[in-house]
Design a protein around this ligand. Sequence first.
Ligand SMILES: Nc1nc2c(c(=O)[nH]1)N[C@H]1C(S)=C(S)[C@@H](COP(=O)(O)OP(=O)(O)OC[C@H]3O[C@@H](n4cnc5c(=O)[nH]c(N)nc54)[C@H](O)[C@@H]3O)O[C@H]1N2
Ligand SMILES: Nc1nc2c(c(=O)[nH]1)N[C@H]1C(S)=C(S)[C@@H](COP(=O)(O)OP(=O)(O)OC[C@H]3O[C@@H](n4cnc5c(=O)[nH]c(N)nc54)[C@H](O)[C@@H]3O)O[C@H]1N2
Ligand code: SF4
Ligand SMILES: [Mo]
Length: 730
Amino acid sequence: MITPPAMTFREWNGPLTADLVREPAKFGLGQVPSRLVPDATTKAICGFCSTGCGLKIHLKDGEAINLTPDPDYPVNIGTACPKGWEALSVLDAPDRAKMPVLHGKEVDWDTALRYFCDTMRGILDKHGPEAAAFLSTGQIVFEEMAFLGALAKFGMGMIHGDGNTRQCMATAVTAYKESFGFDAPPFTYGDFEESDVLVFIGANPCIAHPIMWQRVLRNQRNPEIIVVDPRFTETAMAATQHYAIKPKSDLTLLYGIAHLIIRDGGLDSAFIADHTRRFDEFAVLVADFTPERVSAETGISAERLVHFAKTIIEGTPRVSFWWTMGVNQSHQATRTAQAIINLALMTGNIGKPGTGANSITGQCNAMGSRLFSNTTNLLGGHDFRNPAHREKVAAATGIPVERIPDRPSLAYDQIIKAADEGTVKAIWFVATNPSHSWIDQNKMNRVLDKLEFLVVQDMYCTTETAKRAHLVLPAAGWGEKEGCFINSERRIGYSPKVRRAPGQALADFHIFRLIAHYWGCEDLFRGWQTPESAFRILQRCSENQPCDITGIEGHEMLRKSGGVQWPLSREQGSKFEVSSFKERRLFEDGQFYTPDKRAQFVFDPPEAAPEQRSEEYPLILMTGRGTSAQWHTETRTGKSAVLAKMMPEELMVDVNPVDAERLGLCDGASVRVVSKRAELSAKLRVTTCVNPGEVFLPMHDNRVNQLTHASFDPHSRQPSYKHSAVRIEA
Ligand SMILES: Nc1nc2c(c(=O)[nH]1)N[C@H]1C(S)=C(S)[C@@H](COP(=O)(O)OP(=O)(O)OC[C@H]3O[C@@H](n4cnc5c(=O)[nH]c(N)nc54)[C@H](O)[C@@H]3O)O[C@H]1N2
Ligand SMILES: Nc1nc2c(c(=O)[nH]1)N[C@H]1C(S)=C(S)[C@@H](COP(=O)(O)OP(=O)(O)OC[C@H]3O[C@@H](n4cnc5c(=O)[nH]c(N)nc54)[C@H](O)[C@@H]3O)O[C@H]1N2
Ligand code: SF4
Ligand SMILES: [Mo]
């Protein structure tokens, strides 16, 4: 039992019983914790994007009062973007969730947790294990994410649970698994600096990953920078070549480039023969993608296509390919990502400095969610369907094997469909705000309103989803709890607790421990006392997997070393020295994770996007990030006065001058943007940054997803947020 005066940050995450929720003050909740040395500095990892910047947190009397970017962290080397600088101020917002709220009334934790367990159990007992689901996030530390997945599935008996990473990274996961045999982004950020040619496809890092872009700017090799984006973005402006293709014509373009690389002698035949499979069939497919055809379908002239291919051929062997949501959010997203992978494989641009087929992740812990959320994959990148994998994870976690489901979850959209049809009756949302962020939002909200039980666990009580919830569980946020994130280059970084959460908000980790206790399954989770003990369990789950992290000596090693990229097996760990392990890329030996160690060419012919222009809706709406100061649904960044100055005051819709003239509208006009599903008002921004026939809206306004057309990639089930038909009216 812990005694209050000796309370430390670590111990807050320590043993917990129901006493805690009855007498929170006794356990230090509502008091300033006493361990931290006054006026000292500690190190953390930013909790917004997947760049994973290191921050120095400055403390006074045990509380974080300020922060500065960490000059010694290998990721950001002393820089941070506006969100990182403002990470502490958004914790002080007045709408922080401070108490559990049940049917609109504040209640104590004991009442909330009894209600949660009674209601969930009632639904699962009455309707079976498929009647309740959880939907989690890439924005909490992976020890918490794994705890949620383990608790819901192994403890409470759910089968279905997915996360907002479905909206974001599912495509890259599926593409890598099929092509490389495991979900394994191969790069290290050093590759930004070591490339001769960087190709960005459907990515706008100047806005979405500004500190990765800083790494590009450090490149001393005078690189060619190619951007493939229908819009003339900030990144396209900084590039040396911009290909403003027709929306969703990427697959055709990439096959056309492959065609030209074959035609113009750019193949690495030795690499293809020794390390890949199915190239010959791929070559047959791309033979039809002549420059003439590709030019007609993409809107890029044949001469420019040849120049694009020539740049890759001449840049080889140091060409790196980078992609983000312009690719992952498409009706043929997985095949498009694989068309990028195919280009890297056929030119041998993989496993060497400055190369790679590199998917940039989105949220601070998207990579952690891919490996450890226990949703699509069983903990540690395992397969629920594989009996040997279930046995292994049972042994590693001490959970009886019969409690591990023998099939993966339904995908997010399938869970929502099941809720619409009434088979899923309860959903528990943790750290995600789908009432704003899900595609075809009005439909989503109608489904949410049908649920018998909607639980939201969030830092703020005012999110669009929390407002619809029957029960809101108040959560501590970044900086108010400890644990690890895994960034885009597979770097695992530790972030400490440097603030006290407001009111009775608790770390998600604590909430899960309490639920295990109230549910009566805490015996199964004896090993999950603290984030660090959960980390140890997850290390055991990762053993002998491509993502093996058994060589990491706990959180302390991560704190001291500037983060560690996976894998780090026990054997590698025994030789670990910071200098030699600072930057590592995968596949240096040309050995992939497939059974025959060869990477696979995967391809399918291009198809048209489901919703096309019509007379009534003649424009294609694209959506995405607006400014580097805005984060998603703005629950956090919307609370900073500093960031507010860096974003537009009103929603602006970008329209080409040709369309504006046709509509007889001028810059700044008030307009309505109308799709088959809904309409919204916005200010017109007349700009050549979008092509005629195309318009753009930032995703941060909570009405934008009312317009979007719900279509999904068939393999990854990721929503295609960037292709809907609309019209504009005065
Ligand atoms: N400031 C800020 N930074 C963020 C985030 C944030 O909300 N705000 N979110 C984070 C997250 S979770 C993610 S996933 C990343 C997303 O990072 P990005 O993917 O870079 O951002 P997006 O703006 O969604 O989309 C990138 C580009 O895709 C283009 N695009 C649209 N349609 C097509 C197409 O058919 N083909 C091609 N080639 N391109 C197309 C858009 O014009 C856009 O410029 O950002 C992360 N970083
Ligand atoms: N139209 C359109 N829509 C899109 C996209 C697009 O490009 N266009 N992009 C999609 C993409 S890539 C993504 S990733 C999604 C993001 O969609 P969401 O996940 O819905 O967006 P966020 O605003 O990041 O929501 C995270 C929530 O978690 C809460 N939170 C933060 N930290 C914690 C914590 O530690 N604990 C708890 N319990 N809560 C916490 C925040 O307050 C917030 O409410 O949006 C998708 N939606
Ligand atoms: S680039 Fe990403 S990780 Fe770095 S400070 Fe900005 S939001 Fe944080
Ligand atoms: Mo994302």
